[in-house]
Write a protein that binds this ligand. Structure first.
Ligand code: AMO
Length: 447
């Protein structure tokens, strides 16, 4: 049975398999360093211990070739992890060509583009694979978190007929002669499910965003954690779930991913709770004091977000909520006060008079970047129709969605938390592309 390099004990006969990370020849001695998913082990061949054939194989083998080694584990204080394998047999499973496109030992540095072009090879670097082990762990913790609280995991369509987050960010496609789009969010579906009685749902979903931005902070294909909960009193209930989720992820990572975090140079991820909650109005006041003047109703700029982080950092907070945004900065489905028992025309009038009316919405910022947004949603049919009209959207296109609001839709709310942005801030990655195996941005369609 094959063992990983972190499972080896002295004096056992073992079989290990992996890549030739390093090869050093010193006359009658050859050292191979075999690398597998879990680490490294030195394979030591001395002419007097191994047969001629095995010695020849080791001498000839190119770096990054895939090999299987059968041999005895020995204590060796001089070896990197205190043990070595004296091989009985080395089998070359596949020879690597030379020269290599990238150096997995990281002795030769490579820029991000070269690394992403050769991602399969880049991932052989322990520092890089650690990011994805942590990503997998996060998803596990998230699933556990939601299941424990009675949420149901769902999957909503990725091919959709109408967008939810604003018309300019959709990738169009031909769906048997009809216009369709790649989903930019499960928003409309998770809301419709609130009328189904499923009550509390979550989804780990891929979003497609046809955004033109080409920054270290934007992707065109992302994965996010979405949740939706019925029978809430306000957006505060949703913020509480989001805060608990983020804190749980951080605490559990600190407990269970020590090895991967330490490979990335992180001792412990820091989180101070409870997360502060400030209103959009208050954020504008703080920014004003910092000399940043935003027009009321304008979204926070990158510079403004950075300044706000400076403000919270003084108190030791890395993560904080900004809430109660004005209506004009939020999507059409966001709840605001005073919608009960009104005709669509009355609500339209209300919005025209005050388009900056406060909504029950929030963003969660982590070290100066938005990682999640959410809100209580409008659950009243007439109000939703008015809001669609006010935002200049065609009510007809949302007919299938609006139906769910006619026959018993409870008050509800939820959030979307981008995994890549979360991971980027958690691990202090410089570029969001580091947090995706095969990123999709404006220029990158392969690999
Ligand atoms: P929003 O559009 O804010 O909200 O998206 C939710 C979260 O998804 C991530 N995200 C992105 N990450 C990288 N690159 C992008 N281009 C990108 N766009 C979004 C962010 C963001 O916070 N339906 C609402 C959520 C809700 O209210 O439930 C929505 O989609 O982390």
């Amino acid at each position: 049975m094959r063992k990983y390099t972190n499972e080896l004990k002295p004096n056992e006969e073992v079989e290990v398999a992996g890549w030739v990370h390093e090869k050093r020849i010193h006359g009658k001695l050859i050292f191979l360093v075999l690398r597998d998913r879990e680490g490294f082990v030195q394979v030591t061949l001395s002419k007097k211990d191994v047969d001629e054939e095995t010695f020849k194989i080791a001498k000839k083998i190119s770096k990054e070739s895939v090999i299987k080694v059968i041999g005895i584990v020995r204590n060796e204080p001089k070896a990197p992890n205190g043990i070595e394998i004296v091989p009985k047999k080395i089998i070359v499973l596949n020879k690597a060509q030379t020269p290599l496109p990238l150096d997995p030992t990281e002795k030769v540095p490579a820029n991000l583009d070269t690394r992403l072009d050769n991602r399969f090879m880049d991932l052989r670097r322990p520092r890089i694979s650690a990011i994805f082990k942590i990503r997998s762990k996060i998803l596990n913790i998230v699933r556990e978190f939601f299941h424990k609280r009675g949420f149901i995991e769902v999957h909503t369509p990725r091919i959709i007929a109408t967008g939810s987050e604003g018309g300019t960010e959709l990738f169009a496609l031909d769906y048997f002669g009809r216009e369709a789009f790649l989903s930019q969010s499960p928003q409309l579906y998770k809301q419709m499910l609130m009328a189904s009685g499923l009550d509390k749902v979550f989804e780990i979903a891929t979003y497609f965003r046809a955004e033109e931005h080409n920054t270290v902070w934007h992707l065109n294909e992302i994965t996010a954690i979405d949740c939706e909960v019925a029978f809430i009193d306000s957006h505060e209930d949703v913020m509480k779930i989001l805060e608990e989720l983020v804190v749980t992820v951080i605490n559990r990572l600190n407990e269970t991913s020590k090895k991967e975090l330490s490979i990335l140079g992180i001792d412990e991820i820091y989180v101070k709770t409870p997360f502060p909650r400030i209103s959009y109005d208050k954020a504008l006041e703080i920014l004003n004091d910092f000399g940043i003047k935003l027009k009321y109703g304008e979204d926070l700029t990158t510079e403004a977000e950075k300044k706000l982080y400076e403000y919270f950092k003084q108190e030791g907070y890395d993560i904080y909520f900004i809430k109660d945004y004005p209506y004009i900065t939020r999507p059409f489905y966001t709840y605001f006060e005073g919608l009960e028992d009104k005709q669509p025309e009355e609500i339209l009038e209300m919005l025209k008079e005050n388009p900056k009316i406060k909504t029950r919405s929030f963003d969660l910022d982590y070290k100066g970047r938005e990682i999640s947004s959410g809100s209580q949603r409008i659950h009243i049919y007439n109000a939703l129709v008015a809001s669609l009209k006010f935002k200049g959207l065609r009510v007809e296109s949302f007919k299938y969605y609006l139906e769910a609001f006619k026959y018993g839709m409870p008050p509800h709310g939820g959030f979307g938390l981008g995994i890549e942005r979360f991971l980027m801030q958690l691990l202090d990655l410089k570029n969001i592309r580091e947090a995706v195996l095969f990123p999709r941005d404006r220029n990158r369609l392969t690999p």
